[in-house]
Design a protein around this ligand. Structure first.
Ligand code: CO
Length: 283
């Protein structure tokens, strides 16, 4: 494992905001709209996790998207996806769905279980202006196809980018996203090199981890500082071990205009998206 000369520090810890979306699915919006500029190219991160069916059973019935990508990562539970392009897939624990909405798609994400735990994340990754109207695309990545990297006390599920020399399931040229699910045993340390201009955060979802000297408790996002010359991030698990996602990407530095499920560059493009949706041109 590499040693860092200038590890990143924690700029701030964020608790997220409890809310609901879809047909009453309870979730925590960790990356909210106010953080879109700071964490460019990432637009949103929702964390959902409940043992109670009432918190998730409504699911996310048909709704549109345009202008960005959605990345759904299931930790536990079963969720079925259907979209207007005719794609359909079942997401189970450990699976990833990467969907490029591009010029538009209408889809549903519905639980396929009546009880038990449902847990996971949905991350929104922006597209550069030139790709916002590209044809929609999607890929279901079953649990066994998510590459894993290992070091002492550390297992990394490499969703995007690379870790410990292992290429992830997905690569994206414009935003060069890194998306890692880290499983750390008690006291284990993990180091990831990152370019200093990539915006990056860690979200701890089990146990506790330290980034440098700063303790990051469970259900907190640590935004990592972009100090010039910083060469990466170092995480150390607390005495109970830790599980966390590490997300980083190259900022697009383009204007962001969002109205609900549409994310474009200008207000005019948003009006057009709404019109196209109403006229049935997204299906
Ligand atoms: Co959606």
């Amino acid at each position: 494992m590499h040693t860092l000369q200038h590890p990143r520090s924690v700029e701030r810890l964020v608790a997220g905001r409890a809310t609901s979306d879809g047909a009453g699915v309870k979730l925590v919006r960790v990356l909210t709209q106010e953080l879109q500029r700071r964490l460019d190219p990432f637009l949103m991160l929702d964390a959902f996790g409940s043992d109670s069916r009432d918190d998730y059973i409504g699911g996310f019935p048909d709704h549109p998207h345009r202008g960005f990508e959605t990345v759904t990562y299931m930790l536990e539970g079963r969720m079925r996806h259907r979209d207007s392009a005719g794609n359909e897939g079942l997401l189970t624990g450990g699976a990833v769905q990467w969907m490029t909405a591009g010029r538009g798609v209408i889809h549903s994400e519905m639980p396929e279980q009546d009880d038990g735990r449902m847990e996971g994340f949905q991350l929104w990754l922006n597209l550069p202006a030139r790709d916002k109207m590209c044809p929609p695309w999607y890929r279901d990545i079953p649990p066994a196809d998510v590459p894993e990297a290992r070091a002492e006390g550390v297992t990394v599920r490499v969703i995007a980018g690379q870790a410990l020399g292992v290429p992830g399931a997905m690569q994206r040229e414009a935003t060069a996203p890194t998306y890692l699910d880290l499983h750390l045993q008690a006291g284990a340390r993990f180091v990831q090199e990152l370019p200093d201009d990539h915006n990056a955060f860690v979200y701890v979802y089990r146990g506790e981890a330290a980034v440098g000297e700063v303790a990051v408790p469970r259900q907190r996002m640590a935004i990592l500082a972009n100090t010039p010359g910083a060469d990466g991030v170092s995480l150390t698990a607390g005495p109970e071990g830790a599980r966390a996602i590490l997300v980083a990407g190259r900022p697009l530095r383009e204007p962001i205009a969002q109205y609900g499920p549409f994310v474009m560059n200008t207000q005019e493009e948003i009006y057009r998206a709404v019109e196209d949706f109403r006229a049935g041109r997204l299906a």
